[in-house]
Design a protein around this ligand. Structure first.
Ligand code: C2E
Ligand code: CA
Ligand code: CA
Length: 384
């Protein structure tokens, strides 16, 4: 396809569009591969039967690219496809409804160089395939700038991982009753080429999308262990450190072995490092459950993070031996605006299960008073 794109690029102007079947892999599982293969054939025949005057390509993962010279014809083709995909694809075995998102390359981007083009198109299709993209994505100058920034962040991340230079920032966790330091959370930071900080909101999604999250997580865990083993900590009131686990690390069956080996290297007391997992990680929790049980035995307890940010489920707490729960900051803030009884019940239920409760996002003395009255055990937030 890239060769064809180069041929088109040599001409003065060209139009490029396409579409992607949303949740392609999920749908393939739902319909089964036989129905899906037949469906793909039906779509291919439909495209070929239309005399659109385009080069059409299937580029895998439910993505189709159309390249031609005429924008009007291109738009007509995309609209035709959108309409067609509202209906079933029926064949001998196949009976499929397939949601699609359209992709259009804006004229402002057709001059992009041949090195950038393939990666950018993959990026655009990935965004188009996300449910939040609605009916389509326009690959314009803004998106191209975002793509370049993502590449830059990835470069910085690669370097930080290779040079062992991911920075560990610490945020205190204090006792709710008196504000005294008890633990802390390790939060990852990296730097750009000019030394400016890059925040996790930018690099964690990148690390999760290209498989670097495991190395990032391990580096943070190792640094947290080293920190807890240092003299500075031994002579302080700091009792433990929380380290984050990405949902992707939670489906790795070798997690417990890897982390135990690191933990043992530092000769730490049991309970010196806790691992934070999110509710998202518990959705597919058969692998994670085993890791939690094994690591817990080794002296590495688990905490459920961001509780209340998804469909919170107290059942899930019963199923896993968590030592603590962290109430998501949005839940904490919304309680300040509209107090209700639910939070009180959640905190009481946790205490009945012997689970400590931390309120995140405590930003002032008022909030600390309110959440201490509610019975929280620990606080974390900008106030501290
Ligand atoms: P998180 O685990 O919920 O971490 C708490 C985040 O909330 C931190 O942002 C912290 O700076 C911020 N925060 C704490 N107190 C307050 C407050 O009072 N007000 C406000 N507005 N914000 C507060 P940060 O450091 O930017 O981290 C964002 C997220 O990135 C983390 O959310 C976590 O999901 C992820 N993350 C950070 N480090 C790592 C890591 O080493 N591994 C993984 N997998 N994820 C990480
Ligand atoms: Ca966390
Ligand atoms: Ca959190």
């Amino acid at each position: 396809m890239m060769d064809e794109l180069l041929v088109w690029k040599r001409r003065k102007s060209f139009w490029l569009g396409g579409f992607v079947i949303r949740d392609f892999n999920g749908l393939r599982d739902v319909y089964g591969s036989q129905q899906f293969m037949e469906g793909a054939g039906l779509i291919g025949s439909y495209i070929l039967a239309n005399d659109w005057d385009f080069d059409a390509f299937y580029v895998g993962e439910g993505r189709f690219v159309l390249i031609g010279s005429d924008e009007k014809k291109g738009e007509a083709a995309l609209n035709g496809l959108k309409e067609r995909f509202r209906h079933h694809w029926r064949g001998e075995l196949a009976d499929l409804i397939l949601p699609i998102s359209l992709v259009r390359l804006s004229p402002s981007c057709t001059s992009m160089d041949a090195v950038t083009a393939p990666g950018f198109m993959r990026y655009v299709f990935r965004i188009a395939a996300q449910p939040a993209s609605g009916e389509g994505v326009i690959a314009d100058a803004d998106l191209l700038a975002r793509f370049h920034h993502t590449i830059y962040v990835r470069k910085c991340l690669n370097q930080a991982i290779e040079n062992n230079s991911i920075e560990m920032y610490l945020q205190p966790l204090v006792k709710a009753e008196n504000g005294v330091l008890a633990g802390c959370e390790a939060l990852a930071r990296i730097r750009d080429t000019e030394g400016k900080l890059i925040y996790p909101d930018e690099f964690i999604p990148v690390a999760e999308s290209n498989g670097m999250i495991e190395e990032l997580g391990e580096q943070m865990f190792r640094k947290a262990c080293a920190f807890m083993a240092s003299d500075e900590v031994k002579n302080s009131s700091l009792q433990w450190i929380n380290v984050n686990l990405s949902p992707l690390q939670c489906v790795d069956a070798s997690l417990a072995d890897t982390y135990m080996e690191i933990y043992r290297t530092y000769d730490l007391k049991p309970g010196s490092v806790y691992l934070e997992v999110t509710e998202q990680s518990l959705q597919d929790s058969s692998v994670l459950h085993k890791q939690i049980v094994r690591l817990q035995k080794e002296g590495i307890p688990f905490v459920l993070d961001d509780f209340g940010s998804m469909s919170s489920n107290l059942e899930r707490l019963k199923d896993n031996p968590f030592i603590g729960v962290k109430l998501d900051k949005n839940m904490v803030w919304s309680y300040m605006d509209h107090p209700d009884f639910i939070l009180l019940h959640i905190i009481e239920a946790c205490h009945e299960m012997n689970i400590k409760v931390t309120a995140e996002g405590i930003e002032n003395a008022d909030m600390a008073l309110v959440f201490n009255d509610l019975g929280c055990d620990y606080f974390q937030g900008y106030y501290y």
